[in-house]
Design a protein around this ligand. Structure first.
Ligand code: ZN
Ligand code: FE
Length: 255
């Protein structure tokens, strides 16, 4: 029995997600970027909130935890690796743990890099992954608390998912990511086509999230540090994948 997903924009460029297990009717919020937007979405759907599944501690992801727990008495599941920074956490989870939403099953992946304890929730049976700030459409999270090697390893856990997996990223950063991607992957025909598509979508204020893993494999420069064409474009032919990734990440930070 599948899960139902409601996605809504909030704050300046975040996406919030509410998910409901159709079999049991249980509902979870993926992160808590903005309490009023979450409550509005719950109200519109006629749902109540049973769980919060946090990906990491940043205030635009866990800042609404306490207010929502107070209101809904929901259970908060979050990353063991940064549990002391997750307000109101009830259950600490880490790599390989199973988190159930009623009868819907997700598996937790540790994806350190953006923060030291960042986790992803993979609903494999639903072909969906809630990836927080680990990967974005044509981008990846900034390395606030991790090394390039850690992030490359974290991203490899996402790229190991089936290519049709839908990635629910927490921000609409796609237009800026696309402009940067073109500078480090200029020969990529799939990227050029996607950039045109993104311009059109964003011009109509249409979300570019979720994104499909297969598209990211073809166009996300942070997944393509091992490609000879990308390595040539950044002046590191035959370079080590982690070193090329690090160079691309630094360039994006300064873009
Ligand atoms: Zn973040
Ligand atoms: Fe964020």
């Amino acid at each position: 029995m599948p899960i139902e997903i409601r996605q809504f924009p909030c704050l300046s460029d975040n996406y919030g997600f509410l998910i409901r297990d159709k079999a049991s009717g249980m509902v979870a919020a993926i992160d808590t970027p903005e309490v009023s937007a979450i409550n509005k979405t719950l109200e519109d759907a006629g749902w109540r909130l049973d769980y919060i599944f946090n990906t990491h501690w940043h205030p635009d992801h866990a800042g609404g935890n306490l207010a929502l727990k107070e209101q809904w008495n929901c259970e908060i599941v979050g990353p063991a690796g940064e549990a002391e920074r997750i307000p109101g956490i009830d259950r600490k989870v880490a790599d390989g743990d199973v988190v159930m939403l009623g009868e819907a099953k997700s598996t937790v992946l540790d994806t350190p890099g953006h923060t030291s304890g960042h986790i992803v929730y993979h609903f494999a049976d639903d072909g969906a992954a809630f990836v927080g700030d680990t990967i974005f459409a044509m981008g990846c999270g900034r390395l606030f608390e991790g090394t390039p090697a850690q992030m490359v390893s974290s991203l490899s856990k996402i790229t190991a998912m089936p290519p049709e997996t839908m990635l629910y990223c927490a921000h609409e950063y796609t237009a800026a990511n696309a402009a940067f991607a073109a500078t480090v992957d200029p020969e990529n025909v799939a990227l050029a086509a996607r950039i045109e598509e993104v311009k059109k979508l964003r011009g109509e204020n249409t979300p570019t999230v979720p994104t499909k893993l297969s598209r990211e494999l073809a166009t996300n420069p942070f997944l393509r540090a091992g490609q000879p064409s990308v390595q040539r474009a950044v002046g590191m032919p035959g370079g080590d994948e982690v070193e090329v990734f690090a160079e691309i990440r630094i360039r994006k930070d300064n873009f």
